[in-house]
Design a protein around this ligand. Structure first.
Ligand SMILES: Nc1ncnc2c1ncn2[C@@H]1O[C@H](COP(=O)(O)OP(=O)(O)O)[C@@H](O)[C@H]1O
Ligand SMILES: [Mg+2]
Length: 303
């Protein structure tokens, strides 16, 4: 029986619970390791297994397959655990390097551009004295400002008008933080399209619609999910797969937005959530996602 371990902080997370249930039904030996409950041993006396993940001083068995479910706060630490298990022979469909790059919006954007994948026009800035040239570079009446590493909409702001944009961007870059600036893509309704890719195959697509005066469609910001199979824009799946390939993330949630020039990629998520799509469509996506993950050869899509 294949042993599969999830790296995830809590079983109360919807997607973690669904993956564990799906794996048990599929006949895998499922377990979860909580990154805050373990230490990592990366050296040892000869004959001591290393690297090793230890819980209460006891080594956690190295699984055949690892599924990292990595959120913003524990990212670097969880990637260390993943790397340690890969070094001990465990398989992961996503490499630690690809996951790390996915959490950096500058590197992700560059990876997409390099592969010729259309992205939302973006200018990255670090120094406050470039504010005016950035705004001149991106003519618009409203702009989106993003931190380099935000997740779940947490690092994303909308500003209206040049003088607000100039002052907010000045304040954000005062501490020499990288900020990504994009024109605000107005869509009606305010929505984007999430394509769930598993093993370089689209297994679900759904619209995420921002609610009320919120512009962010993230499910954790109240974004409402609805099935998109019947209203899929032309080329959406091809674009999502091109983005997954460009970022070396054969398992991912690719966000697309409609622009005047056609669909563009907003971002590629390495640990996409299942709650929105399963509740909206009534479809089980955890099972096909895990099934494909378990069968996927390690490091198959490399960049
Ligand atoms: N340029 C943009 N134009 C319009 N809406 C945007 C733009 N960038 C982001 N958004 C909205 O904000 C949400 C969060 O942005 P995103 O870049 O995906 O960051 P996060 O990683 O925090 O989810 C998107 O899902 C979308 O609804
Ligand atoms: Mg997003």
């Amino acid at each position: 029986m294949l042993r599969c371990t999830l790296i995830s902080h809590s079983e109360s997370y919807y997607s973690t619970r669904r993956l564990l249930e799906a794996g048990q039904r599929l006949g895998y030996e499922m377990s979860r390791v909580d990154p805050v409950r373990v230490v990592l041993r990366a050296s040892g006396t000869p004959g001591t297994p290393s690297p090793a993940v230890l819980e209460d001083g006891v080594e956690v068995a190295v699984p055949d397959v690892v599924v990292p479910r990595i959120g913003a706060t524990l990212e670097g630490w969880s990637l260390g655990l993943l790397e340690a298990w890969i070094l001990r022979g465990a398989r992961s469909a996503l490499s630690p390097a690809a996951i790390a790059r996915a959490s950096d919006k500058v590197l992700t954007t560059l990876g997409l551009v390099r592969a010729g994948v259309p992205v939302v026009p973006t200018v990255a800035i670090r120094e406050p004295f470039h504010v005016d040239s950035v705004l001149a570079e991106l003519p618009a009446d409203s702009w989106i400002l993003k931190s380099r590493t935000g997740m779940g909409g947490g690092g994303v702001a909308l500003v209206h008008g040049r003088s607000s944009a100039r002052s907010v961007l000045g304040a954000l870059t005062a501490g020499h933080e990288t900020v990504l600036v994009q024109p605000f893509m107005r869509t009606s309704p305010t929505r984007d399209l999430r394509v769930l890719v598993a093993g370089m195959e689209p297994i679900a697509a759904y619209w995420r619609e921002a609610q009320g005066d919120e512009f962010r469609s993230n499910v954790h910001r109240g974004g409402l999910a609805s099935a998109a199979e019947a209203s899929l824009p032309e080329g959406a799946f091809e674009l999502a797969l091109a983005a997954a390939r460009a970022t070396a993330l054969p398992f991912s949630g690719v966000d697309l937005i409609e622009t005047a020039d056609g669909l563009a990629v907003l971002e590629v998520n390495a640990s996409p959530g299942f709650q929105g799509v399963e509740e909206a469509t009534g479809k089980d996506v955890a099972t096909p996602y895990l099934q494909r993950w378990m069968a996927w050869p390690a490091g198959d899509v490399g960049v």
